[in-house]
Ligand binder design. Sequence first.
Ligand SMILES: [Zn+2]
Length: 79
Amino acid sequence: MTKTCSVCHGELKQQLITYTQFLEGHFVVIENVPAWVCENCGETYLDPEVVDRIHRVLWSGGEPARTIETPVYDLSTVA
Ligand SMILES: [Zn+2]
C-alpha cells in the first residue's frame, strides 16, 4: 500500500528525520525519528505509535543522549 501526501498527493517515503519541538521553554531535538516524508513537497507525517514514543521520551524526564547549544536569531532585528 502506498501512502500519499494529504497536501499535494505526492508519494510518501519512510525516512529517519530529526524532530524538533519547543517544550516548557526548552528546544528539544529528537534524532532518528521514523517518519513518512513527501517526495514532492517535503511534508512529514508521523505514525501515531511514533508520536506516542516521542511523548514517552519527552515526559520520562530521562537523560538526553547529548545536549547541544542552539543559536536563536530574531528576524525582526535584521535588516
Ligand atoms: Zn506533498
